[in-house]
Design a protein around this ligand. Sequence first.
Ligand code: NI
Length: 201
Amino acid sequence: MSRASLRNLVLGMISLVCVGFTAWVAYSLISQPELYRVPIGGPFALSDVDGRPVSEADFSGGYLLVYFGYTYCPDVCPTELATMSSALEALEEAGPAQAARLTPLFVTLDPARDSPAALRAYMAHFHPRFRALTGSDEQIAAMAESYRVIYRRVPTEDGQDYILDHTAYVFLIGPDGRYVTHFTPQEDAAAMSRRLTELIE
Ligand code: NI
């Protein structure tokens, strides 16, 4: 065997091993999606409208329905908070024990304008069991990141003010603190309460 053909044989074997390894990795990822799925949710450190610290540990053993937004939001946030409120009311009718295990959270993405007093006044429009949470920019950014929530300021046309573009999913977190599912703004209160009935033990 010449040196050239020996080299080709070795290179061929190396590339076979590479192809095989790549195929094995691809197969592993497809057959075990938890290997690459990034967890949603997790620990957070915020405060409530009375300035008391609030973390995920305060809700351990219960379910959380988490929504991120801001009180100046012209349409999406009030609609979604009303949907969550109606879904919780429906759940209270259909499964009071399940409803009792669920706490709805509203996390402001705009702490500069959403003062505790503004949050308190705003939440009076929605279900009384809502807890409104705020914090420093860093605390809110950290929680938003762990929930894969994206938000950014967009100046209004006159340049005097801003709105926020933001993710508008509602997250259901289980008693172990892990993500269970999320709801999109396309789901109405009936759909949300139906799924909550199925998912909450
Ligand atoms: Ni909004």
